[in-house]
Write a protein that binds this ligand. Sequence first.
Ligand code: COA
Length: 173
Amino acid sequence: MDEAPRQVHLRSGDTVWIRPVRSTDASELQRAFALMSDKSQYQRFLTGTPRLTDSQAAYFSQVDHVDHEAYVALSPKDETHIIGVARFIRYPTAPDDAELAITVADSWHNRGLATVLVRELGGRARDVGVKRFRAEMMADNEAVLRLLRSAGLTGETVTGHMASGYIELATTE
Ligand SMILES: CC(C)(COP(=O)(O)OP(=O)(O)OC[C@H]1O[C@@H](n2cnc3c(N)ncnc32)[C@H](O)[C@@H]1OP(=O)(O)O)[C@@H](O)C(=O)NCCC(=O)NCCS
C-alpha cells in the first residue's frame, strides 16, 4: 500500500505529513530511532534498546496494513525524515484487539503529533475491524497516559512500574 502522504495540522500550528509505513522505510526507522533519547527509547520498548536491528526494522516496515499497521509522520522540512510512528499489531488469539505503540521524535514532543497519529491510526483500525487498542506503558510515563486518556483510555491497571489499559475504538469518535 503506497498511500500518498496527507497534510495534517497540529495544535502547535505545525503542519506535517502522515502516511502508512512502507517497506522502504526500514533504514529511516533505524535512523529516527537512533536519534531518540535514551529515555524515549526505554519508554517505547520498555527495555534498553540501543538500536533497531535490521530484522526489527524489516518487521516494523513490512506490514500487511490489516493485522499490523503503522502510520508515520514526516517532517515538513524534509519529507524523507520520519518524526513519529503510531502502530497497532493485532493479537492473533484475540483478533478484535490490537496492541498500540507510539513514538514521537524528542524534538517534536508536546506539539500534538501523537494525538493526531493515534486519531488517524484509530480510524484505520476501525476500518479493518479492530475494536480495541490495548496499551502497556511505564506507570510514570505522564505524556503517554495523558495522550491515551484523552483518546478514551479505560480499565487502567497499575502493576509495579507498569500501567495498562484499553481504548474502545467504536466509542472514541
Ligand atoms: C508519549 C509520546 C508519544 C507523546 O507524544 P507527543 O507528540 O509529545 O504528544 P502530544 O503532543 O500529542 O500530547 C499528548 C498529551 O500528552 C501531554 N504531554 C506531552 N508531553 C508531555 C510531557 N512531557 N509531560 C506531561 N504531559 C505531556 C500533552 O499535554 C497532551 O495532553 P492532553 O491530551 O491532556 O492535552 C512521546 O512523549 C514519546 O514519544 N515518548 C517516548 C516513547 C513513549 O513513551 N511511547 C509510549 C509507550 S508505547
